[in-house]
Design a protein around this ligand. Structure first.
Ligand code: FES
Length: 125
């Protein structure tokens, strides 16, 4: 008899097409709570992190991407797209990183089940 192994990982969801992404820019995905930001680096890698900065309510998808980091559009903190850590204040807490993969031109993300580090005044709906 064949027993099927059930994965314990959270399911992956399609968030956009690879063609929706511009190299060096982010795309905000609003149908997750909280929203996530998907990035295509100049090197061609795809990453997903929480879109909301942990310092204040700013969209990291609108930030500047360089060296696998995104700099918040409001202040000087840059977040690693690999670890979510902020490189310098004013942001101190990391954003969550979500596993992202590309299959057949579609971007799939496994949303982290960790609690998000939302900034003061921002709550989940
Ligand atoms: S809002 Fe992002 S560093 Fe201040």
């Amino acid at each position: 008899m064949h027993y099927q192994q059930h994965s314990r990982e959270a399911p992956m969801r399609r968030v956009c097409a690879l063609n929706d992404l511009e190299p060096g820019e982010g795309l905000r995905i609003d149908d997750t709570s909280p929203p996530i930001a998907v990035f295509l680096t100049e090197e061609g890698t795809v990453h997903a992190i929480d879109d909301t900065c942990t310092h204040q309510d700013a969209s990291l998808a609108a930030g500047w991407v360089e060296d696998c980091r995104v700099e918040c559009p409001l202040h000087a903190s840059a977040f690693s797209l690999l670890t979510g850590e902020a490189d310098q204040p004013p942001a101190r807490r990391p954003v969550r990183v979500h596993r992202a993969e590309v299959h057949d031109g579609e971007v799939w993300v496994e949303v982290s089940t960790a609690a998000p580090n939302l900034p003061p005044g921002v709550t989940l709906p």
